[in-house]
Design a protein around this ligand. Structure first.
Ligand SMILES: [Zn+2]
Length: 64
């Protein structure tokens, strides 16, 4: 299954944690917010792999 950006349809890497490409993510959220979202999603996924149930324990997003 090919993962695609929900905004422009660009193909995404399967390891990508969001369904949005970097370019669209930057225009929607801005580069700082987008990278914070990505980081949070990756952390959540790592935690989810280790301990299902506490995925959203850490919800604080750092803004510069
Ligand atoms: Zn896109």
């Amino acid at each position: 299954m090919v993962k695609k950006c929900i905004y422009c349809g660009k193909e995404l890497d399967n390891s990508c944690v969001v369904d949005v490409c970097e370019k669209c993510g930057h225009s929607v959220w801005g580069p700082i917010m987008f990278s914070a979202i990505i980081r949070n999603m990756e952390e959540a996924r790592i935690k989810g792999d280790l301990d299902q149930g506490s995925v959203f324990e850490n919800e604080d997003i750092e803004l510069q």
